[in-house]
Design a protein around this ligand. Structure first.
Ligand code: FES
Length: 291
């Protein structure tokens, strides 16, 4: 062995327990799966949402869930398993009532993400990719959640908990364990991971506008632009070209040889005629551009 073995940080993305046949999927769930399928021109596109729905009822991507999804989508179960084991948001082992993710990607890491993960592991008595014995919490080391302006970030049931500290993380866990209402920093009040999975499947809980959706660091650029009167071109279509725009850009490449000629001019200096000749093509080209 080389001594530099790859450390696999995503044990939870491994294979699923196919011997565990327990499931809460019933006819109502299957009707909802068909509802999801009907939303796409190619029914295979509904696989992701269906697996989120499976997680919302089974707490994991269950073996029966895989088989039912495969049958409804007319694809092999192995293809469903391959999909589920590729994406880290699909759990092969039962997740907790509350799923905690601690970001340890670069920016969060340097601002305390690793210390946060240590703290949460000690507080819960589990490591990343494990679930507490009482089923209340599961923990995951997550990659960047595009919330770097609020680093270090913790996700609770996929809602943002920004600018975290070990003390705030411990309080979060205490409050969730006690069943106290916890408001996400930018999002809804936390309920449970399965509820979030149902929303991710595509079934609204009517709370999309609950809580703040943006924070001061993200809005700072907009505020600055408003103060300075900065505007951007419309993004709804191509901006109209200024009337003289076509003439200017084509001239650029043709001026480059001129610059090269200028560099060569010292060698040609003893022959003024050559210097004049060298300018001729550029002048011709310039005339040609105007045509
Ligand atoms: S590095 Fe943690 S949210 Fe981007």
């Amino acid at each position: 062995m080389s001594g530099h073995e790859f450390e696999y940080d995503f044990a939870g993305t491994g294979t699923m327990d196919l011997d565990d046949r327990s499931t809460n999927i019933d006819q109502a769930t299957i009707a909802e799966m068909n509802e999801l399928i009907a939303r796409y021109p190619d029914k295979r596109s509904a696989l992701g949402p269906i697996l989120h729905l499976v997680q919302s009822v089974d707490g994991r991507v269950s073996a029966p869930g895989v088989e039912i999804a495969a049958a409804l989508l007319d694809i092999p179960p192995a293809q469903v398993q391959g999909f589920a084991t590729f994406y880290t948001m699909y759990h092969k082992k039962p997740a907790g009532k509350h799923h905690i993710g601690v970001c340890t990607t670069a920016l969060c890491a340097v601002l305390g993400g690793d210390a946060l993960l240590d703290c949460v592991e000690k507080k819960l008595g589990i490591h990343a990719d494990e679930t507490t014995p009482d089923g209340e919490f599961s923990l995951e080391r997550i990659e960047c959640n595009a919330a770097c302006d609020f680093a270090p970030v913790v996700m609770a049931n996929w809602e943002f908990m920004d600018n975290m500290t070990p003390e705030k993380a411990e309080q979060l866990i205490d409050d969730l364990r006690a069943g106290k209402p916890v408001q996400a920093t930018r999002g809804a009040t936390l309920t449970g991971w399965r509820d979030s999975e149902r929303v991710l499947a595509g079934f609204s809980d009517g709370r999309a506008d609950e809580g703040p959706s943006a924070g001061e660091p993200s809005l700072r650029g907009v505020q600055l632009a408003a103060e300075k009167g900065w505007t951007a071109d419309s993004v709804t279509g191509a901006a109209p070209a200024p009337p003289d725009a076509p003439a200017a850009p084509p001239a650029e490449p043709k001026t480059e040889p001129k610059a090269a000629t200028a560099k060569a001019e010292p060698k040609a200096e003893p022959k003024p005629k050559a210097k004049a000749d060298a300018k001729a093509p550029a002048a011709k080209a310039a005339k040609g551009d105007k045509k």
